[in-house]
Design a protein. Structure first.
Length: 156
């Protein structure tokens, strides 16, 4: 399931044409990343949901590795954990770490440091984001931590 904040690219349409299990949620305008993720989770129907940014900053070729870890380790969630030398500028990485330290100290939930949005979830876990858990201003990394369950990192 792909949620497109703008018109789905020819790449998305080609993937759907090649694999009928892939779905596309075509939003009427750019509502933002968090709303697009929510729409994709709402409409997904498979056993596992892959969450990946449309800009492909994370390599889609790692999806089979994530699925293997999900199957072999009986994990409910497998998330991408950035390595030391991933092309992020030091200031952005530092402010991100500081933000997560503050959020983790205030919320009681532990959002993994250096975790991106790239992850897979067992479909029942993805349903935890359904209409009963709506928040006006969503922070998906926080919600992914909030649902609990066994979560394993996978190096990017």
């Amino acid at each position: 399931m792909m949620a497109a904040a703008t018109t789905p690219s020819s790449c998305c349409n080609a993937l759907k044409a090649a694999d009928p299990t892939i779905g596309i949620v075509d939003l009427s305008r750019n509502f933002g990343k968090e709303i697009a993720l929510t729409a994709g989770l709402d409409y997904a129907r498979g056993d596992v949901v892959v969450v990946i940014d449309a800009d492909l900053q994370h390599p889609p070729e790692l999806i089979p590795q994530f699925i293997t870890r999900w199957q072999e380790e009986d994990a409910e969630v497998v998330y991408g954990k950035r390595g030391v030398a991933v092309g992020r500028e030091p200031r952005k990485k530092g402010t991100s770490r500081a933000f997560l330290r503050v959020i983790n100290s205030l919320s009681g939930e532990l959002i993994p440091v250096d975790a991106g949005d790239f992850r897979i979830l067992s479909r029942p876990r993805g349903r935890r984001f359904g209409p009963g858990s709506r928040a006006t201003h969503r922070y998906m990394k926080g919600l992914f931590a909030w649902i609990g369950y066994r979560q394993n990192p996978n190096a990017l």
